[in-house]
Design a protein around this ligand. Structure first.
Ligand code: ATP
Length: 457
């Protein structure tokens, strides 16, 4: 069964609950730029931290980096972006809309009835012309061609130009990698689908430097590791697939490239969330040529020097965040209740709020006990305290935010010093001594399984 299209519903939930807002909304919005609200920033930060942990902290062969967005303009000549980071663009002289020539099949003419560009009788599409996707600005007070700089369209080049700096500072030996998370900017012609394709986004990239000849073996390893990572994030196995770049898609310098695709459901279907690329020695060789500086690795033990090959893993933090939301979104009937619920079944470890704490009533010392417990839990993870309204409604609000645990303090709690933990996914409830709540929840957070599947007595 194809997965349903939940994007429109997510856009509305995201705004209502504070995951994502349109940028500059009170001015009518800025084109395809989005702001993360209180829940969204927690979710995206959790995903970035999980990537950093898996890629840098848990490995002794990958180092971290945080390179600047602005770089020397020659970087982008060397990388090929000035000459070749273009999309073919067609204009329609009748409706003035612009489309990517290679995506006309997926595009819509803005006029009604809805048709593809070129399909209305009076559509007048121009011949395709190349449109560079880099944002330009000026460095310093003079706005002339000599002071042009670019907002980086990818983070990778910051890693390449620092290859020897990092290698020498850390005394890493090839094979080793450099990873970073940072903003990238692309003046996309046809952005859209919420945060799927935006003009400002965050990438999580890692370049792994290897000896030529060992590259394909490393490529296969990274492909498998990266798929595992997405599964660990909670993305469903049947929603992930590899797409191999064929001759036409493959960049001229690339020896192999696979996209990891996620099924966003509806008409969007499977789309790239991450690229795993074997970039050969292209980038370092280009930077050697353009900078005049040697970027070779000296293997002293084997008494040889060479320009390493690079295996790249490049994933969009925003796109994975969107995938996690789409994957988690459910509208469910609830047994014994008329009203259904909307729930985000996010992996507990990435949920923006870990636990909701609810005194059943505002009397008999329940709020005091609940506030004390909330303060205690807050030392370990994000907690939301809520004492207003019917308990069912309070649960529903947290279901919608993806909060995996609801802790209720009732009439017995103050006497017995215990509380109920309600599980978001299967609505199970267990009774736990209040001093144990933090440890019970920590167990779930450390697990790779959704809460419903973790056996607990
Ligand atoms: P696409 O074909 O979708 O334009 P790409 O092949 O140009 O993507 P890469 O250059 O390989 O993408 O970038 C690596 C990752 O960065 C992508 O897998 C995606 O997750 C993310 N990404 C790229 N462009 C955007 C964008 N405009 N908005 C959000 N994320 C993006």
């Amino acid at each position: 069964m194809p997965h349903p299209d939940v994007l429109d519903k997510l856009v509305s939930l995201a705004k209502r609950r504070g995951f994502v807002f349109q940028s500059s909304e009170i001015y009518g919005g800025a084109g395809s730029v989005w702001d993360y609200g209180p829940l969204g920033v927690e979710l995206k930060n959790n995903i970035k931290a999980r990537w950093w942990n898996a890629m840098v902290r848990q490995r002794d062969d990958v180092e971290g980096l945080d390179a600047a967005i602005l770089m020397h303009p020659r970087v982008w000549e060397a990388s090929g972006h000035v000459a070749g980071f273009t999309d073919p663009l067609v204009d329609c002289k009748a409706c003035k809309a612009r489309f990517r020539a290679d995506k006309l099949q997926d595009a819509q003419c803005p006029r009604k009835p809805s048709k593809r560009p070129g399909e209305h009788a009076d559509c007048q599409l121009t011949e395709p012309r190349q449109f560079n996707l880099m944002f330009k600005t000026f460095m310093g007070p003079v706005e002339d061609s000599a002071s042009v700089v670019y907002l980086r369209p990818e983070t990778a080049q910051g890693i390449f130009v620092n290859f020897l700096n990092v290698q020498q500072a850390t005394r890493q030996k090839v094979p080793f990698g450099i990873a970073q998370i940072g903003k990238a900017f692309r003046n996309e012609i046809t952005p859209g689908n919420f945060t799927f394709r935006t003009r400002e986004f965050e990438q999580m990239e890692m370049q792994f430097f290897v000896e030529p000849g060992t590259d394909m073996a490393w490529f296969e390893k990274w492909k498998a590791w990266r798929r595992e990572w997405h599964l660990g994030l909670g993305l469903d196995d049947d929603r992930l697939q590899f797409h191999q770049h064929d001759e036409r898609e493959l960049a001229h310098y690339a020896r192999a490239a696979f996209d990891i695709e996620f099924d966003f459901g509806g008409s969007l279907g499977f789309q790239e969330i991450e690229g795993v690329h074997n970039r050969s020695d292209f980038d370092l060789t280009q930077h050697q040529k353009f900078s005049g500086k040697r970027l070779e690795y000296v293997d002293q033990a084997a008494n040889k020097r060479y320009v390493p090959y690079v295996i790249e893993t490049s994933v969009g933090a925003d796109r994975v965040t969107l995938a996690a939301l789409v994957n988690a979104y459910r509208e469910e009937a609830v047994a014994g209740e008329q009203e259904g619920r909307t729930v985000l079944r996010l992996h507990p470890a990435i949920a923006p709020i870990t636990a909701g704490v609810f005194p059943l009533t505002r009397k008999d010392g329940q709020p005091d006990m609940a506030e004390r417990l909330a303060a205690d839990l807050r030392k370990r993870f994000p907690v939301f305290y809520d004492d207003a309204g019917a308990i069912g409604r309070r649960y529903r609000r947290q279901d919608e935010a993806g909060t995996p645990f609801g802790i209720t303090i009732d009439g017995d709690s103050t006497t017995n010093d215990d509380v109920t933990i309600r599980f978001r996914d299967d609505l199970r409830q267990i009774r736990v001594a209040s001093g144990q709540v933090a440890d019970v929840i920590a167990d779930y957070l450390a697990s790779d399984k959704p809460t419903a599947e973790v056996p607990r007595t």
